[in-house]
Design a protein around this ligand. Structure first.
Ligand code: KG4
Ligand code: ZN
Length: 341
């Protein structure tokens, strides 16, 4: 018998993502983004994002069904992001998912977006081993996870105490006068700079942080350090060494993320590190983590970038894992949880 067909729905931020997965096979995955509408404000405007989800939902669903050449009635279960994310955005997806589950009389699973960023790797690189470490880095989250079983046993080892990695990049991008989102621009500029020219601080590393915040991150102090550095030069009337600032800043973030992720693998006795989230596109993070993982005998799994940014495939993949593990559906009573751990 064919494995169940799972419809995945993601609307936690600015992307309306809908996908169909059967087992480990991705049949179709369509994403509509409202990023262009937010860019001129220099950040996501929640009300604009919610309305865009409402407008995009049905066309995105239709496009997904058409692409997979399946009828809505063939869907066996529905998975939807229930958190974390923006309340209005989540509400559009969860309400739509409830309506579909009710109309089709099919089970509904409310799932965690951050775990979805790791689960999607199963569609590309095969089943996730029972003892892995996950690093999820994006504009909204920076978390380290210990994965016993992707469907039933995921523990958060640590997370950012303030800004997410991508958010810090976007804020420093603003300081440097770069367009929003600044992350990819800083990444590009950093390649032309000297990463040893300016040493910016590393957040929550060593000393008294070793025990309590061993796997937590903090990037807001780093952002302030960059701001002070820029202010100092501007006051002195000195031209900004933009590429060196970008390189030194990128080095600090990549150093902290990779050292904590590899340390988690070593402490937890795993040889597999799975990375997800849009920030995994960062070239210095990729370089450093690959280098350090090789030394530590750890295999790094990173899905192609289109599966690292927010999409429906990650939610359908997690739904598929839940169904496979025999987990009970959430039911129609689910609500959204903006701060879901
Ligand atoms: O996962 P994502 O597409 O959206 C969410 O935040 O959920 O991640 C986007 C974030 C933005 O903050 C963006 O600036 C950052 O990831 N980003 C990068 C790079 N590509 C995307 N930051 C640094 N280097 C990159 N190459
Ligand atoms: Zn995300």
């Amino acid at each position: 018998m064919a494995e169940p067909l799972i419809l995945g729905i993601e609307t936690s931020c600015d992307e309306t993502g809908i996908a169909l997965v059967r087992g480990y096979d991705l049949l179709a995955d369509v994403t509509a983004s409202s990023m262009d509408e937010h860019a001129r404000y220099g950040g996501i405007i929640p009300e604009i994002a919610s309305r865009a989800h409402l407008e995009s939902f049905v066309p995105t669903l239709d496009a997904t069904l058409e692409k997979a050449d399946v009828d809505l009635s063939e869907v066996d279960a529905i998975a939807v992001t229930a958190g974390p994310g923006l309340v209005g955005s989540l509400t559009v997806g969860v309400s739509a998912a409830k309506a579909l589950a009710l109309a089709l009389n099919k089970p509904l699973y409310g799932v965690n977006h951050i775990i979805g960023h790791i689960a999607v790797d199963e569609l590309v690189n095969g089943p996730i081993l029972e003892n892995s470490v996950g690093l999820v880095v994006s504009g909204g989250h920076s978390s380290l996870l210990k994965i016993g079983n992707i469907a039933t046993e995921v523990e958060e080892l640590g997370a950012t105490l303030d800004d997410a990695a991508g958010e810090a990049f976007d804020k420093v991008g603003r300081l440097l006068g770069l367009p929003y989102p600044g992350g990819p621009h800083i990444d590009r500029l950093s390649k032309e700079g000297d990463r040893t020219a300016i040493r910016f601080p590393r957040g929550l590393v060593g000393g008294r942080h070793k025990e309590k915040h061993q796997y937590d991150f903090s990037f807001s102090g780093l952002k302030t350090a960059v701001a002070r550095y820029i202010e100092g030069l501007e006051e002195a009337g000195t031209e900004l060494p933009v590429t060196d600032i970008a390189a030194g800043f990128s080095e600090s973030v990549a150093d902290v993320l990779s050292s904590k992720a590899i340390a988690a693998c070593e402490t937890k006795g795993t040889d597999t590190l799975i990375i997800g989230g849009g920030f995994s596109a960062n070239s210095r993070l990729r370089e450093l983590i690959t280098e350090r993982a090789q030394k530590a005998g750890v295999t790094v799994r990173i899905p192609p970038i289109r599966y690292c940014t927010d999409n429906g495939a990650m939610i359908a993949a997690l739904g598929s894992a839940l169904v496979r593990a025999g987990v009970s559906p959430s039911g129609l009573g689910i609500t959204v949880d903006t701060g879901m751990p």
